[in-house]
Design a protein around this ligand. Structure first.
Ligand SMILES: Nc1nc2c(ncn2[C@@H]2O[C@H](COP(=O)(O)OP(=O)(O)O)[C@@H](O)[C@H]2O)c(=O)[nH]1
Ligand SMILES: [Mg+2]
Length: 197
């Protein structure tokens, strides 16, 4: 397991609070409970950098983390949580629309998807937001440990079709076991090394 430096740069409710940095940025988005916080923690080998569990979908803030002094991970609020004051991806998208539209250094999106579930309209909308902002879209298929290899591969193929992305943009992840992290890092590295036109 690689060592990673990771620190919270800032928590932003609006554009004037975004950190002024030149590091390439990757935004993490996903339905509440998809495993986004657990994934971010596993990627940087931390227990509690991004808060997991407890109050899904509650926060409306963007959390900016500086990783290894070379890339910023932006943790977006979870969307589509049924029970509570949370919003659909469309409403959520509007809320963070300025971030997608104006954040120059934003290069990629990791869409966090529970490998056991089909993407819903919210997930599809998020991919469209990513495309509109000309981001590389990587899909992290979490909780892969809960499926057999065959079912996992079948789901990934089907879900890639639903989202309209190639299967090679997907990475199976078992975050609690730290599986899939090297493959995901490779895709993130490739994304931040590619200059966005
Ligand atoms: N088995 C398994 N459980 C996971 C995995 N990732 C997340 N979870 C569990 O799924 C629940 C939601 O995870 P969390 O990271 O809080 O989801 P978030 O709302 O998307 O941030 C928690 O109980 C996690 O322990 C995984 O890869 N495998
Ligand atoms: Mg979370």
């Amino acid at each position: 397991m690689q060592y990673h430096e990771a620190k919270l740069l800032t928590t932003a409710a609006s554009q004037n609070q975004w950190p002024e940095t030149d590091y390439p940025e990757i935004v993490f988005a996903g339905r509440s409970n998809a495993g986004k916080s657990t994934l971010i923690n596993a990627l940087v080998n931390r227990k509690n950098l991004a808060y997991s569990g407890k109050t899904p979908g509650k926060t409306r803030l963007l959390n900016f983390f500086l990783i290894d002094n070379r890339v910023v991970f932006t943790d977006a609020p979870g969307y589509g949580y049924a029970a509570g004051n949370t919003s659909s991806a469309a409403a959520f998208g509007k809320l963070i629309d300025p971030y997608f539209a104006k954040r120059r250094q934003l290069k990629g999106m990791v869409l966090v998807l529970d490998a056991r579930r089909e993407p819903n309209d919210d997930d599809i909308t998020m991919v469209e937001y990513g495309r509109a902002a000309k981001l590389s879209v990587i899909v992290a298929c979490t909780k892969a440990d809960k499926l057999s290899r065959n079912v996992l591969l079948a789901n990934m193929k089907k879900n890639a079709e639903i989202l309209g992305i190639p299967v090679r943009s997907m990475v199976p992840c078992a975050s609690l076991k730290k599986e899939g992290m090297d493959a995901l890092w490779e895709m993130i590295d490739r994304t931040i090394e590619t200059d966005k036109a």
